[in-house]
Design a protein around this ligand. Structure first.
Ligand SMILES: Nc1ncnc2c1ncn2[C@@H]1O[C@H](COP(=O)(O)OP(=O)(O)OP(=O)(O)O)[C@@H](O)[C@H]1O
Length: 346
């Protein structure tokens, strides 16, 4: 990076979170650790959307909570606009905190049922002592309109809204402090499928119109496909592949990414090639005692002894476009990715 290149909006390196596991009798002591997040490296550029996907329990939410500093990292570094915020105190964090906001999965649990919508959305402004020109109420009404709700509903309570509308209230609350980065943790997975696209479209519009960057967390590759410019795939606390959207969906190099993608339904005509369906066997191993070497090897059809003894680094694979990184000793040859529908195996 040249000295004139501005740092990325968010720069995460070696980020680690290990939760202690306590046990023993009669005195409890630390007997191990859940390696929820184990050495993540990624960046999010100004106005960019990075999708973070993976199965339940792979560490996505923990990553989101580390970045918003709801959790204290065990190791690694988080930089925001070049400023190290990894262990910043509440006071040091104050100016940054308003710029990094979070949207939660559950639009039912994340809104106080006893507060009006007006109170909920103006809450962050009150806490941060922000008084917009025209007053807080006018700003809240403006925000309600921005997220597609009726400004006249200022005095209504959360139970008077549908799930999709409640998630819009959560979005309006996140927008109240004019954030530069929103960590959206499974923002649509609690919603009806018919409503999911509407909320994703809203977030997409905010990214485009307001230039807000997103870390969009989802377990479903289909959800991030239309929203994220880049996608990172996590498995058991690690990123196994990260690439531009077109590269990741069109040329997946990690066997795990390929397996996840094979489960995404495709709208193809009957005579066009379909992706081979790959069913992963076995469960995700415990993050307390992850496999040696490559963490995916216990479920990988390509694993060899090397995979058990050597941890594959996240590196650019020969021939890959710049920025397409994979952590695998035997990256996929995607020439064989599409197989005719007649040969499709289950
Ligand atoms: N406070 C905690 N104490 C101990 N273990 C935790 C804690 N929070 C999360 N974990 C564990 O860390 C691992 C990663 O959890 P995390 O919630 O980040 O995964 P996830 O990918 O977001 O999954 P999901 O989609 O189900 O929320 C899991 O094994 C989880 O049980």
């Amino acid at each position: 990076m040249s000295s004139t290149t501005p740092p990325p909006l968010l720069d995460v390196s070696g980020l680690t979170k290990h939760f202690p596991v306590m046990g023993g009798f009669p005195f409890k002591r630390r007997i191990g650790a859940v390696q929820a997040v184990d050495g993540l490296d990624f960046t999010v550029g100004e106005g960019e959307s990075l999708g973070l996907v993976g199965e339940s329990g792979c560490g996505k939410s923990t990553t989101g909570r580390l970045i918003t500093r709801l959790l204290e990292p065990t190791g690694g570094k988080i930089s925001y606009r070049g400023q190290d915020i990894t262990h910043a105190s509440r006071k040091q964090l104050a100016p940054v905190r308003s710029e990094i906001q979070m949207i939660f999965q559950d639009p039912y649990a994340s809104l106080n049922p006893r507060q009006t919508v007006g109170k909920i959305i103006s809450g962050p402004m009150e806490v941060n002592d922000i008084n917009p020109a025209g007053g807080r109420e006018a700003r809240v009404r403006e925000l309600l309109e921005t997220v597609g709700l009726n400004p006249e509903h200022y005095n209504r309570f959360p139970h008077e809204f549908s799930g999709g509308q409640r998630q819009r209230i959560g979005v309006a609350r996140a927008l109240a402090l004019e954030p530069k980065l929103i960590v959206a943790d499974e923002p649509v997975s609690a919603l009806d499928v018919s409503i999911q696209a509407q909320v994703v479209n809203l977030l997409q519009k905010l990214q485009k119109d307001l230039g807000i960057a997103f870390l969009f967390i989802a377990h479903d590759l289909a959800v991030v496909r239309h929203f994220s410019q880049r996608v990172a795939v996590m498995y058991l606390g690690r990123i196994v592949e990260i690439a531009d959207r077109e590269d990741l969906y069109g040329n997946p190099r990690h066997p795990y990414t390929r397996a996840l993608l094979s489960a995404v339904p495709e709208a193809t005509a009957d005579d066009t090639p379909r992706r081979e369906r790959i069913l992963l066997t076995g469960d995700v191993p415990s993050p307390v005692n992850p496999p040696s070497g490559c963490r995916f090897r216990t479920r990988c059809w390509k694993a060899t002894e090397k995979c058990a003894s050597e941890d594959p680094p996240l590196v650019r694979v020969d021939g890959n476009r710049e920025g397409h990184l994979t952590a695998c000793h035997y990256p996929e040859d995607t020439a064989g990715l599409a197989v005719p529908a007649a040969r499709k195996s289950l």
